[in-house]
Design a protein around this ligand. Structure first.
Ligand code: SAH
Length: 260
């Protein structure tokens, strides 16, 4: 079968890497596990070896979901759907662990969709995801880092983050153009209240679309009396967007929601 580029099909083929990814799940026999995009089942096999209570795989490609069904049918539940169209239907008694060597063309979309879930820590226990390295670096970036931006802030709002290791393109078939990274994300039990994720997206968009400008400019765009609000928030308006902490962005967002 020819891998489909449109579905981001780059299969991991290195046994050691697959082993190490599965280990990050610390799977026990109480765990319900979901795998996004199992492909030909290389990671699936490693997950099954660890005997979770239940494994559900969601694969958009009919050909591949048939292959998986044939290979492991008895031991897992195969859903032949687009993850983005069915993740909202997921509900179990206990939070689930999610694995995915994510299709790169929609990896950030998947992450943002998950962040938008209201009670994320009640639905998900842990995400063990392979992203393209450049995206992983943006997710885990801290304030003052040049990769720090929207994705870092949105994910820090809801998730604890840890990069585990980088993966060479040579470990995949077909070989992608870029390096990848394994990242483990854990939903925070408590996070700051924001009414609409859309507002935080809007605010971080306005700030980081002009990442080299002083924050005076985006503040002016967002608030009429921006100077007073700057004082209230103890903001130095001469700073650049990358110098503000996640907490500050959440405060800005909360105030924005209060005033609008
Ligand atoms: N986990 C496998 C395959 C990773 S490639 C491995 O590591 O070898 C990405 C997989 O995601 C492919 O199988 C692709 O068909 C699947 N996929 C792409 N878009 C998807 C979507 N929207 N929903 C579910 N699966 C998807």
């Amino acid at each position: 079968m020819k891998p489909k580029k449109s579905l981001g099909q780059n299969f991991l083929k290195d046994e050691n890497i697959l082993f190490d990814i599965a280990e990050e799940g610390k799977i026990n026999n109480e765990d319900i596990v979901i795998e996004i995009g199992p492909g030909t089942g290389n990671l699936t096999k490693e997950i099954l070896n660890r005997n979770p209570k239940k494994l559900i795989v969601i694969e958009k490609d009919k050909q591949l979901s048939d292959i998986i069904e044939k290979k492991f049918g008895k031991n897992l539940h195969v859903i032949n759907k687009d993850f983005l169209n069915c993740y909202k239907d997921i509900s179990f008694e206990n939070p689930v662990k999610v694995f995915g060597n994510l299709p790169y063309n929609i990896s950030t979309k998947i992450l943002i969709s998950l962040i938008k879930i209201n009670n994320i820590s009640q639905v998900f226990k842990k995400f063990i995801f392979v992203f393209q390295k450049e995206v992983a670096d943006r997710i885990i970036a801290e304030k003052d880092d040049h990769n720090y931006g929207r994705l870092s802030i949105l994910s820090s709002w809801k998730l604890e983050k840890k990069k585990i290791f980088d993966i060479s393109p040579k470990k995949f078939y077909p070989i992608p153009k870029v390096w990848s990274s394994l990242v483990v994300l854990k939903p925070k039990l408590k996070c700051e209240k924001i009414n609409k994720t859309k507002n935080l997206e809007h605010i971080t968009n306005i700030f980081f679309n002009q990442r080299r400008k002083m924050i005076k400019k985006p503040m002016k765009q967002l608030f009429i009396n921006y100077e007073k609000i700057g004082k209230e928030l103890k903001l130095d308006l001469n700073l650049r967007p990358q110098n503000l902490s996640v907490e500050k962005y959440l405060e800005i967002c909360q105030l924005y929601e209060e005033l609008s």
